[in-house]
Design a protein around this ligand. Structure first.
Ligand SMILES: [Zn+2]
Ligand SMILES: [Zn+2]
Length: 193
């Protein structure tokens, strides 16, 4: 069988990069004959091991062979950690209460549960938190910070929680549900009763 030889051009380039004749022979020994074979070697550390070569030289060679700079393929390419944004817990100051129905500011002596002077509805309906099950007025639960859902969506929120959705997801999911999707979820809720 004819002995496979390293491509002459490749050999000359590698010599220019700092490989000795001996190391070129070693390359042939391990079966690297052309530029494509370096793809299998794939990194400078491996090449250093094969040829007992200084890292600097093997890095130069691998950069040439792979046609890209190795500094850009460090393992730091991993996906950035996405922090779950819990958002600030908004606690409305107690002396500024606006009616959720008509937006009218309520008087200073307003107490939770009072009716709006302007429209007669409960200015701040007391809602059940689907997440921690405490109750409270306003837009956000004062115990766990979750946004309240309307009482008509409460059961759906409970269902989503049972299904393992996160606290932050549930409210935005409910807001994006179509009427049909809500109807489907109600069917599920009824079945589970
Ligand atoms: Zn009102
Ligand atoms: Zn809560």
């Amino acid at each position: 069988m004819e002995e496979k030889k390293i491509n002459k051009l490749v050999a000359n380039i590698l010599k220019a990069k700092g490989l000795s004749e001996e190391q070129l022979e070693k390359l042939e020994e391990v079966g690297i004959y052309n530029r494509e074979d370096f793809e299998i070697v794939s990194d400078a550390a491996t090449l250093s091991e094969i040829l007992s070569l200084e890292t600097e030289v093997s890095k130069k060679i691998m950069e040439w062979a792979l046609g890209r700079s190795l500094t850009f393929q460090s393992p730091s390419q991993s996906t950035p950690t996405i922090q779950e944004s819990s958002g600030p817990i908004i606690v409305e100051s107690s002396d500024v209460v606006k009616c959720v129905h008509c937006g009218t500011r309520q008087p200073k002596d307003y107490k939770t549960g009072d009716l709006c002077l302007s429209c007669g509805n409960q200015a701040e309906p007391v809602l059940n938190c689907h997440w921690c099950l405490s109750t409270g007025p306003g837009k956000f639960c004062r115990s766990c910070g979750s946004e309240f859902v309307t009482s008509s969506d409460y059961e759906i929120a409970l269902l989503l929680k049972r299904e393992g959705e996160s606290k932050n997801n549930i409210v935005s999911m409910i807001k994006s549900l179509t009427a049909q999707e809500k109807e489907n979820m109600w069917a599920k809720i009824r079945k589970s009763r």
